[in-house]
Structure formats: C-alpha cells, structure tokens
Design a binder for this molecule. Structure first.
Ligand code: 2OP
Length: 318
C-alpha cells in the first residue's frame, strides 16, 4: 500500500510519516513538501526528513520505504493521502485565523493529489480542520466516504491523557468520545467516558472532570503558548492511526470529522462524530443517542463550523 503525506517537510507531516513507517503496514510513504530557501540556498525539507527517517529504519526495524519529493508525480497511485500542509497557529491566533491562507493551500494540494491518485482517500489535518475537510471534499469531487478530517482522535487523546494522569490509571484503559468541531466548541462527553468500562464519575469529582473538559478544549492553544507553534506529536500519531485503520481494513470506531447529510440533524457540514474506518475510508457514520444538553452543545459547535464555512464561501466569492 502507498501512502502520501503532503506537508511532510514540517513537524506534523513528518510525524505522520514516521508514525506510519514505525507501524510498518505500508509498502511506501511518499513525503511531499515545497522547496524552501535557507540563507539564500534552496533546501528540500521533505527530501531531507524522508532520508533521515529512512536512515532510522534499521533501528526502528521497519521496512516501509520513505521517499521525499517536491513533485506530485511521485504520489501517483496513492491509496491514502494525508494533508498537513498549511501554516500552523502562532500564540494569540485561533485555528479559524488560518482560514484564507490554508484554504488556498488545501485547494491546490487536493487538485494535485487527485490528478495523480483519482481513487485515493483523503485525510485532512490542516486547520481550521472542519472547513478544510469541506474544501477538500468540494475540490476533489470525491464521495464523502473518501474525505475525512483528523481531530477527534487527537482531542480525545488529550482528554484521556489528562484523565489518566488525574486518576492514576493507564491512558490505554480510558475510553472516551468527543463530538463537534475541532475548536473551543468541541463537545467531550463525560457520559461516554469510562475507565475499563466503568463510568468516569466513579473516579473523579464533577469539578475536576469539568476542569479537564475545559483543558481539553484548550489543549491545542496550551501547546501553542508553550512552544510558539502548534502541536505535532499527538496530531501526527492520530493521523497515522487513521491511515492504519483504512489500509488494514480494521473497522475501527473513532471520532473523526465526517461529512454529515442529515446525521445529528446536520446537512452538508463536516463535524467530529464517531465513524467506522476501514477499507474505502468511512464505512459508517454512527449516530449516538445524545441527551438534550449534549445535542444542544453539538448544535452550538455545528453553528460555529457553519459560521467559519460561511466566511470561506464569502472569501471564495471575492
Ligand atoms: C491541535 O489541536 C494542530 O489543531 C491541532 O494541536
């Protein structure tokens, strides 16, 4: 199986490529990025990071062949393409502030990928995630089963890691569900959060749980403030997990940004919901029974995504 990562000269993209390679399920990973300049000289970050990662293969013991390129012809026939291309946040910025710049980049990237891999599956990571996934869907003309966004796995991973630290259990034994847009309006669901199947509220008081829910919503921003740029280790690992589920047809159930047409009361909108991932991409959008409060929070999150999508439409009409 062939996987392409666009934006792989950067932190998120190169974390995706190495995470995929270390899982060793793909025949090859093609790492794409643009030519850059450094001290007046041309540099090729995707080629350099691919070579560096390939040189780690005897140590990590993987066979996946990593190659770097600036030419989309090298991506031809990709089974799955991950798009991390775009500018990351800086302190003080929201993901939505990246809209115009990254929409143009995602449109260009998707057009190039589709030209060489018309049957591929697209996983979007670029922000603002939910709208970038819509841009990819509309630019590609693909069926919505083949276009998705990576966000829910990342956001629930943060939520689970914070809970594990607080409770003193392995993060592997905390299961959680989080819905909605990839931003401050995301909807962690304590009612669907468990420790080995046991309700989370048995292990943590409501105030502390609410504190962790709020920290999760701001998890991306917390890291931007600490590092001066947005995260890459967890986002890259999350995207790699989606690639593996598709390539190995694992029928995994994950929260991902999926295109909704009636599900959860939403029309023509990408939103983080539980999906079944396997061969061909999204096999099923799963509707979970929400109570009134949860549905209201999801509706509020959807309204925010709609507002950013409307801003995108206005930009394109300029
Ligand atoms: C994050 O939440 C980059 O949006 C990503 O860190």
């Amino acid at each position: 199986m062939k996987v392409t990562v666009v934006g792989a000269g950067g932190n998120v993209g190169s974390t995706v490529s190495l995470s995929v390679a270390q899982r060793d399920f793909a025949k090859e990973v093609v790492m794409v990025d643009i030519v850059q300049e450094h001290n007046g000289e041309k540099i090729y970050p995707s080629k350099g990071r691919a070579l560096d990662q390939w040189e780690s293969s005897p140590i990590h013991k993987f066979d996946t062949k990593l190659t770097g390129t600036v030419d989309y012809e090298d991506t031809a026939g990709s089974d799955v393409c991950v798009i991390t291309a775009g500018v990351p946040r800086k302190p003080g910025m929201s993901r939505d502030d990246l809209l115009e710049t990254n929409a143009n980049i995602v449109q260009d990237v998707v057009s190039n990928l589709v030209e060489h891999s018309p049957n591929t599956i697209l996983i979007i990571v670029s922000n603002p995630l939910d709208v970038m996934a819509q841009v990819a869907l509309e630019t590609s003309g693909f069926d919505s089963s083949r276009v998705m966004g990576m966000a829910g796995i990342l956001d629930t991973a943060r939520y689970r890691s914070f809970l594990a630290e607080e409770i003193g259990v392995s993060p592997k034994d905390i299961q959680a569900l989080l819905l909605g847009g990839h931003g401050d309006t995301m909807v962690p669901l304590p009612r669907f959060t468990t420790v080995c199947g046991m309700p989370i509220k048995q292990f943590i008081d409501d105030d502390k749980l609410e504190e962790i829910v709020e920290r999760t919503k701001g998890g991306g921003g917390e890291l931007v403030n600490l590092m001066g740029t947005s995260a890459w280790y967890a986002p890259g690992a999350a995207a790699a997990q989606m690639v593996e589920a598709i390539v190995l047809d694992q029928d995994r159930v994950f929260p991902c940004a999926a295109h909704l047409n009636g599900e959860y009361g939403q029309e023509d909108l990408f939103l983080g919901v539980p999906v079944k991932l396997g061969e061909g991409g999204i096999k099923e959008v799963i509707e979970v029974d929400l109570n009134e409060e949860e549905q209201e929070l999801l509706n509020e999150s959807a309204d925010h995504v709609h507002s950013v999508l409307k801003e995108f439409r206005q930009l394109m009409d300029k």
